[in-house]
Design a protein around this ligand. Structure first.
Ligand code: NAD
Length: 462
């Protein structure tokens, strides 16, 4: 376990005040200043890849390629895009004002909100902290970062290195767990951006309500995957296996369970077995397979597997001292099983067999709206009948998890999987206020007479 020094509670108030003072000073307003900070974030990643890799390995046994794909490449690209498009994103947008405003200038100004708090999660510990933060900085805010203490090596690295690349007057890091976060939340922020579980999301929102602080909640849930009869089962099995077991199943948009039309399940399992063998050989000795983040998550997943009444058809092996759980597939799972009730957030994939896709749609609709939903089919009717009759934060047809990297798409949940979104320009917008602005001159005062008393029939009938 890394030594992650938690921030003394007594320092938190001063840190927030400092960030507020910086914002009031106007330091973060010029676009040139913001671009400098974004370059700093880019360089923080680019110049420290080896140490980032080491930290992610110690936290999660994260394979290098998964770190690059899921975190560092995307952060760098987000910086490059924000620097490139910032002038355009930040430019006031002119709007027309109708006849009464023909002589006036109407525009929407994108203005920073003030001092914002970003609370990160541990599964993509760098990405889920830095990507929102860079959006907040691009929008001209000052930012307080609270990394997840559950990935302590990454949190410690960010705390050590980020100040060398980003102006501490505009961006600070506070470390800690529930106690420190609770203290943080007593302070007023102008926005809180939180990624994590719905339970803590409720705590965040309740605390934010006291200050009428707006929040973005990036939460989780059970993301279903429909597999229709017409799909190429070999390709489906490969894409599902490649996505589900990425980061050892600890992805908020990982396929949580499969909904498979009856008759496909054996074929699907057979192909998945072959693909997993090709991907990992033996997963426990493979360099391409991560680990469960800690003992408490390991035990939670172990309990789920022990309690299931389904049949383990792939994997099932576990080793606690290595925090290892094999890529696992479970069939004959019935509604009511904890594998179909609670978010799994680990490398266990239950398969629910249905007699019709409509039955699957009903199953999904009887539960919370998920963060993501996936469909494997090339039949347009099947695709639209599922998309038109379900709700989810995002949807991908014939692949999985790629929506996270498509930064022109808004990323976020709906209902219990969260609200608000980010990535690309959406991050800038999330941390900006759209200030309605009308600029007119002091001429033509007579034209205003219609608005002024004394009111008369004549004025009304104009
Ligand atoms: P969590 O909610 O336990 O922790 C997240 C953050 O909240 C941490 O920084 C932690 O210090 C803080 N925290 C924990 N307890 C707190 C308390 N009592 N008061 C105040 N703050 C507290 O997150 P988790 O359970 O480890 O994360 C897993 C969940 O996050 C899953 O549901 C997953 O789907 C979801 N998730 C969502 C996304 C997304 O982008 N939508 C990404 C990753 C994870």
């Amino acid at each position: 376990m890394a030594h992650l020094a938690y921030t003394p509670l007594s320092e938190i108030a001063t840190t927030v005040q400092d960030l507020r003072a910086t914002f009031s000073s106007g330091l973060t307003r010029p676009l040139s200043y913001r671009k400098e900070q974004l370059k700093g974030i880019h360089n923080f990643i680019a110049e420290n890849e080896a140490r980032i890799r080491e930290a992610a390995f110690l936290d999660l046994h994260k394979p290098e390629q998964e770190l690059t794909l899921g975190e560092t490449a995307m952060i760098k690209q987000e910086c490059v895009d924000a620097i490139k498009h910032l002038d355009q994103w930040a430019a006031p947008k002119k709007v027309s004002g109708g006849l009464v405003n023909t002589m006036n200038t109407l525009e929407v100004r994108k203005e920073p909100l003030g001092t914002v708090l970003v609370i990160g999660a541990w599964n993509y510990a760098l990405n889920l902290l830095i990507v929102p933060a860079l959006g907040a900085i691009a929008a001209g805010n000052t930012v307080l970062l609270k990394p997840s203490e559950v990935a302590p090596h990454t949190a410690a690295l960010v705390t050590e290195l980020l100040p060398r690349y980003v102006d501490q007057r505009c961006c600070r890091v506070v470390n800690g767990a529930a106690e420190e976060t609770t203290e943080l939340l007593t302070h007023r922020f102008d926005h809180i951006f939180y990624t994590g579980s719905g339970n803590v999301g409720r705590i965040i929102m309740t605390a934010a309500a006291k200050h009428l602080t707006p929040v973005t909640l990036e939460l989780g849930g059970k993301s279903p995957t429909f597999v229709a009869k017409d799909a190429n089962i070999n390709v489906v099995a490969r894409r599902v296996a490649g996505s589900k077991f990425f980061n050892c199943g600890q992805s908020c948009i990982a396929p949580d369970y499969l909904i498979v039309e009856r008759g496909l399940e054996n074929d699907l399992v057979k192909h998945m077995k072959a693909h997993l063998k090709e991907f990992y050989g033996s997963a426990q000795t493979s360099n391409s397979y991560a680990r469960i983040v800690n003992r408490s998550h390991f035990n939670r997943l172990k309990r789920m597997l022990e309690e299931t009444k389904g049949t383990i058809v792939i994997g099932g092996e576990m080793q606690e001292d290595d925090l290892y759980i094999a890529p696992t597939v479970v069939t004959n799972v019935q509604p009511g099983d904890s594998l179909l009730r609670d978010e799994i957030f680990g490398p266990i994939l239950p398969i629910l067999v249905v007699d019709s896709l409509k039955e699957g749609v009903d199953f999904v609709n009887e539960r919370d709206q998920p963060l993501a939903l996936y469909v494997f089919s090339e039949d347009k009717k099947v695709i639209s009948s599922i998309l038109d009759n379900t709700r989810s934060g995002s949807v991908v047809v014939n692949d999985m998890m790629i929506q996270f990297m498509a930064t022109n798409l808004p990323f976020g949940g709906t209902g219990p999987s969260g609200f608000g979104n980010y990535h690309g320009q959406r991050s800038f917008d999330t941390f900006s206020h759209e200030r309605s602005t009308i600029i007119k001159n002091l001429g033509m005062e007579r034209a205003n007479n219609l608005r002024y008393p004394p009111y008369s029939e004549k004025k009304l009938s104009w």
